[in-house]
Design a protein around this ligand. Structure first.
Ligand code: FAQ
Length: 329
């Protein structure tokens, strides 16, 4: 019930729907290869549509569930300035969820269907949001690392072949970049602070580093969807490719902060020019996806409660719209 399994209607992701003429599929692929944007009313293979609905809705759910871990700290932010920035960030995340649900709706699903899948535990959202935010430093680390990873993954999505998703990503990325800055600035303040503050910053990095690396998804060898999504130019880089870019960008930032990446095997490889990470515990990733993360249960219960408590708002909005329509008629 608390797992993150997705309701897949036919389980095929290879784009080979036998009912679709080979000629139409070839024309579609030619448009993709020519870097044309696919728009909502254009013909598209059924599997392309389903892949996008899956990815965009999981992304939307991540933004909405992701408000929780930070929302917990709004009332405990250490100053008015920190509180205002955190409030704005959490509101932005809500906005991202709304754009993304709207982008998914252009593919012929309703927001209600998508939200029900989340609330019933049938839809996935990013594994990272099943970890707790235990101290104020976690808010810095979430901004620095989680938003940093989100940007690394989302900048290429601005060039996704599906127009509505690509356009939504442009604004989302601009806002994520402010989020990353505010997180890094919190970490900078703590790491230039007292010994206790430095220890708090290091502890947040220690707990979040590995879960953040898992945000990029399973290793390429285990990624079910990457090959087809790359052919369709939904994804522009593989999971491992983006994870490596993130590690290369983040290690020097940690060094600047005077913090230690909790990976004794981490080393710089002169030949490739990359930071090489030690092994990632993929058993932990699978456990979190199966519902066994530290906060899976709490996150879904919070969403269900928020949805139930918001029922009167939805009812009032619908009544208002119906009155307007009646008046116009
Ligand atoms: N957590 O074959 P692949 C944010 C699933 S936004 C949970 O490699 P794909 C903003 C995957 O869905 C963070 N599930 O899949 C923020 C698939 O399951 P399915 C979210 C994961 O799609 C910041 C299965 O494993 N960003 O943080 C994860 O080609 C701060 C096999 O994987 C997006 O959603 C995971 N980490 O590549 C908010 C970006 N990784 O559907 C608040 C858009 C994989 O077959 C505070 N999404 N899975 O049952 C993507 O780019 C892709 O979907 C990937 C996965 C890269 C996440």
């Amino acid at each position: 019930m608390y797992s993150q399994g997705l309701d897949q209607r036919d389980g095929r992701h290879d784009g080979a729907n036998t009912a679709e003429p080979a000629e139409a599929l070839a024309r579609f692929q030619a448009r993709i290869d020519a870097e044309e944007k696919i728009e909502a009313n254009d013909w598209m293979p059924d599997a392309y549509r389903r892949t996008l609905i899956r990815q965009i809705s999981q992304h939307a759910h991540s933004e909405i569930v992701g408000m929780g871990p930070e929302g917990n700290w709004i009332t405990r932010a250490p100053s008015l300035r920190r509180k205002a920035a955190l409030l704005a960030k959490v509101q932005d995340e809500c906005g991202h969820g709304v754009y993304l649900y709207a982008a998914a709706e252009t593919l012929g699903v309703s927001r209600e269907e998508l939200v029900d899948a989340l609330l019933e535990g049938r839809a996935k959202y990013s594994s990272i949001f099943n970890y707790p935010t235990l101290t104020w430093a976690d808010i810095g680390a979430v901004g620095w690392l989680v938003d940093g990873a989100a940007i690394m993954n989302q900048i290429p999505l601005c060039r996704c072949s599906y127009g509505p998703y690509a356009r939504a990503m442009i604004r989302v990325c601009k806002e994520e970049s402010f989020h990353q800055r505010q997180g890094f600035e919190i970490m900078l303040t703590l790491s230039r602070g007292t010994a206790a503050q430095q220890a708090m910053a290091q502890d947040a990095l220690d707990r979040l580093w590995w879960p953040v690396l898992m945000m990029f998804g399973p290793p390429d060898t285990d990624s079910q969807h990457s090959d087809q999504s790359m052919r369709w130019k939904i994804k522009r880089f593989t999971n491992d490719g983006l994870r490596q870019k993130f590690i290369d960008a983040t290690v020097p930032q940690a060094q600047y902060l005077g913090l230690t990446i909790p990976d004794p095997a981490l080393r710089f490889d002169d030949a490739s020019g990359h930071w090489i990470s030690g092994p990632i515990d993929w058993a932990e990733f699978r456990r979190v996806l199966a519902g066994g993360g530290p906060c899976n249960r709490e996150r879904l219960e919070t969403r269900r409660r928020a949805h139930a408590e918001g029922a009167w708002v939805r009812a009032a909005a619908q009544a208002h719209a119906a009155r307007h329509e009646a008046k116009a008629a």
